[in-house]
Design a protein around this ligand. Structure first.
Ligand SMILES: [Zn+2]
Length: 547
């Protein structure tokens, strides 16, 4: 072993590693995704961290310029890219949902009509909508004894991270239980059955979400608690999107089991489920490197509801600091933290509340009026019916518009006329910047920037037209905020590589999220398949190895 400091010079950018010794290969990699967690959602509150975030920040190489290369920045495509190193669209993942031209209905990205849920009620879920092997599959091809476990709040997060054949893949089922499907196993693991029967998630209905710190601290690091544009889900009359936040007891009890997603408690439960998985699956117990995918989904809903700079999101980060601390201590007890590598990133970024951007930053920002869009779509289809005789020629799914080609081809109306009509109607909707057409997106080159990113969530079955929102505009209406655009605020994500042997350092060269899985694979001695779109970032591998 070699002691001391190692300096790498790469394209004029340096990574400085300071550690007392060359770290051994990890027995467990924790691949931690914070849903919608733009980089400043972590760094903004840094002086207040005392526990898990403190360890993460103080023991990691932080890559500061990390961007998704796909343009429909939704949760499904984001998680897919992180674990496969591939663009989502060509692999069949066009969004969280898309319109299937063959089934003639909306398809959910991880739906599986052949699969049965285990541990709870609901429609089947699996990885069957794509065949792309992921990091866990590559790892197990090289190390047959390696275990791959995926745990998340959202089904699409856990499933896309887990890949084709994880040993365990579980997610929260919005009914008080974490579940899997028979795509993965014949029954739920015993440790999960115990976890479900002892966590009593229904009792959170009586809990009240209050602040962890004095009010003055929130005014220093966040903004006013009452802010226009925040969702008010608790005691809505009159509009008062402020602490404390609870569950309305007038609602049926099962509603609280769903609403828990918008509180810090879902991420706490997800971390507890992950701790149960570490112990139940004996992760990190042998020399084969194991892989724990972990995606925290609650932070996504809280940012959707309140915005990234809200007191609610600040408070959830303060609470998550403690929960992560507990999680890392469990890792230390069971595996030994010095034998663990934590990789932390996000499935996409997000936009602050448009009201915040306009009132505080003086920027042009807004919301696309959902009822107006619906009315415009209805008028569009009525116009097209007058021209073609076809009812509902265009189907809307998210920002995409799908033309019914088989029926159109029975008429003499040219496709170009239909596209012109779509453009003329949709470009009048306030907040819509441009209408982009599928053939142009598929032909995009890197110099086309926004089109280039959108291309990577498209394939030949994709929407004929894409309604691209203007910068700083969101589809959420009338409250909340979101993500999904190809703009940098939605594509930029955090990336940290943390080990207890590392000191804090930064790396400012641009990195693409398609490079993450191949780079991590190379570090673990695994060769990624030739089909991946990303590349191995050798300078990161060298840093991790301490070469
Ligand atoms: Zn997401």
């Amino acid at each position: 072993m070699r002691a001391g400091r190692v300096l790498f010079l790469v394209l004029g950018t340096s990574i400085l590693l300071t550690c007392s010794r060359k770290p051994e290969s990890p027995r467990l990699v924790v691949f931690l995704v914070l849903d919608q967690c733009r980089p400043d959602v972590i760094t903004r509150y840094e002086p207040l961290y005392r526990d898990g975030f403190r360890w993460l920040l103080d023991h990691s190489l932080t890559c500061t310029q990390v961007f998704h290369q796909h343009g429909y920045t939704a949760t499904g495509p984001g998680h897919f890219t992180l674990s496969t190193g591939s663009y989502p669209g060509p692999a069949g993942i066009l969004g969280n949902n898309w319109w299937s031209r063959t089934l003639r209905r909306t398809v959910y990205c991880v739906e599986d009509t052949q699969a049965l849920l285990l541990g709870g009620e609901g429609p089947g879920r699996s990885y069957r909508n794509t065949s792309t092997p992921a990091l866990g599959d590559w790892l197990q091809a090289q190390y047959p004894d390696a275990k791959v476990v995926s745990v998340a709040g959202k089904d699409r997060a856990s499933i896309f991270l887990g890949g084709r054949r994880p040993d365990v893949c579980i997610w929260y089922n919005w009914d008080g239980h974490f579940v899997t499907s028979n795509y993965y196993a014949d029954s739920i693991p015993d440790w999960l059955a115990r976890f479900n029967s002892t966590s009593h998630i229904e009792t959170y209905r009586d809990s009240m979400w209050t602040k962890s710190l004095p009010d003055s601290v929130y005014l220093k690091y966040a903004r006013d608690d009452f802010f226009p544009g925040e969702v008010d889900s608790y005691r809505k009359d009159p509009y008062s999107p402020v602490f404390p936040i609870g569950f309305d007891h007038g609602d049926p009890p099962e509603k609280a089991l769903k609403m828990i997603g918008g509180t810090p408690w879902l991420d706490r439960l997800t971390l507890q489920a992950a701790e149960a998985a570490i112990q139940g699956e004996r992760l990190g117990a042998d020399d084969s490197p194991d892989l724990l995918f972990l995606s925290l989904s609650g932070v996504d809903w809280m940012i959707h509801y309140f915005g990234p700079y809200s007191q609610e999101v600040m408070d959830s980060q303060i609470k998550l600091d403690k929960e992560l601390g507990h999680f890392f201590r469990t890792l230390d007890t069971v595996v030994g933290l010095d034998r663990v590598l934590v990789v932390q990133t996000a499935d996409h970024g997000g936009l602050p509340l448009p009201e915040y951007l306009s009132q505080v930053r003086g920027q042009a920002a807004g919301r696309i009026n959902a009822p107006l869009r619906k009315a415009v779509t209805r008028a569009l289809n009525e116009d097209l019916q007058r021209r073609t005789g076809i009812e509902n020629l265009v189907t809307v799914e998210g920002p995409g518009l799908y033309i019914d080609h088989p029926r159109l081809e029975e008429t003499t109306v040219p496709l170009e006329e239909i596209k012109d009509v779509i453009r003329s109607y949709y470009e009048k909707i306030p907040g819509i910047g441009r209408i982009l057409f599928l053939e142009d997106l598929l032909a995009a080159t890197p110099s086309d920037t926004l089109e280039w990113y959108l291309k990577h969530t498209m394939n030949e079955q994709g929407p004929d037209a894409w309604a691209l929102e203007k910068r700083n505009w969101v589809w959420k209406y009338p409250f909340g905020t979101g993500h999904g655009s190809p703009y940098s605020y939605d594509r930029k994500v955090p990336l940290r590589w943390a080990r207890s042997q590392f000191s804090r350092s930064e790396y400012a060269a641009e990195i693409h999220t398609i490079d993450l899985a191949p780079t991590l694979a190379a570090y673990l001695g695994v060769t990624p398949p030739d089909s991946v779109d990303g590349v191995v970032r050798d300078e990161i591998v060298s840093f991790l190895k301490g070469d």
